[in-house]
Write a protein that binds this ligand. Structure first.
Ligand code: SF4
Length: 228
């Protein structure tokens, strides 16, 4: 009888299968309802959980809140296609954490360098407000993604919800780690969490977050990496 050699295990595909939700992840009924409606209204949009965007072996992870309606929910790429994009990618490119020029288009989007970008909640929530249960339900995916980054040293959390998820996933204690722009928190495993206000259109319009304030977050992340 002819013997067959088993195909080699594709470790990358196996890891992705564990850490990424399926396109039709059913765990959050409210978000699934919105997703299905958007697939009818905008059949050419992504309208699915937005996957992690990462360079190989990242040392820095940036955690956002959730996809924006016209941004990642439409384009499948974090901070691409809406008003958060120019500030987000412009800051990363200036800091050497991404390469390219941000145009808002996926085809020529900047390439991450040494970083990973993940949302605390992978699906679009109504009015950008996930419920506490939805945040909790999606957290295992964030947990699995960060656990698969052996060189991870710094995490930047964009906004209070991302901060809370990051503290929990990194094994810190929330009462000891209050959110604040540029606040730094030592986490287990010699990792540091840095907080930033989210680069949302609202925060930019109200000047709660200026380009200088946002740049300072990533300058500090790079400083922390280089002083280790
Ligand atoms: S938010 Fe996360 S857990 Fe909820 S349906 Fe989307 S991918 Fe699944």
């Amino acid at each position: 009888m002819e013997s067959t050699t088993p195909a080699p295990l594709d470790l990358e595909a196996a890891a992705a299968a564990v850490t990424e939700p399926s396109r039709d992840c059913p765990r959050c009924p409210r978000l699934v309802g919105l997703r299905e409606q958007l697939r009818v209204d905008h059949p050419n949009w992504w309208n699915a959980p937005v996957p992690i965007l990462a360079d190989a072996d990242p040392w820095l992870a940036i955690i956002g809140l959730a996809p924006g309606l016209q941004g990642a929910n439409r384009t499948a790429r974090p901070f691409t296609g809406d008003r958060s994009g120019p500030l987000f990618w412009g800051t990363l490119i200036a800091a050497g954490l991404a390469e390219g020029v941000y145009t808002g288009r996926v085809e020529d989007a900047p390439v991450p360098r040494g970083i990973a970008i993940i949302n605390a909640v992978r699906c679009l929530p109504p009015e950008n407000k996930p419920s506490p249960e939805e945040i909790r339900t999606c957290r295992p995916f964030l947990d699995a993604d960060l656990a698969a980054m052996p060189s991870l040293r710094v995490v930047v959390a964009l906004g209070a919800i991302a901060h809370q998820s990051a503290v929990k996933v990194l094994g810190g204690r929330l009462p000891k780690a209050p959110f604040g722009h540029l606040a730094e928190h030592a986490m287990p495993g010699e990792r540091t969490l840095i907080d930033s206000y989210h680069c949302s259109r609202y925060n930019q319009n109200t000047k709660r977050l200026t380009p200088e304030m946002f740049a300072a977050v990533f300058a500090r992340a790079i400083e922390l990496r280089e002083t280790r």
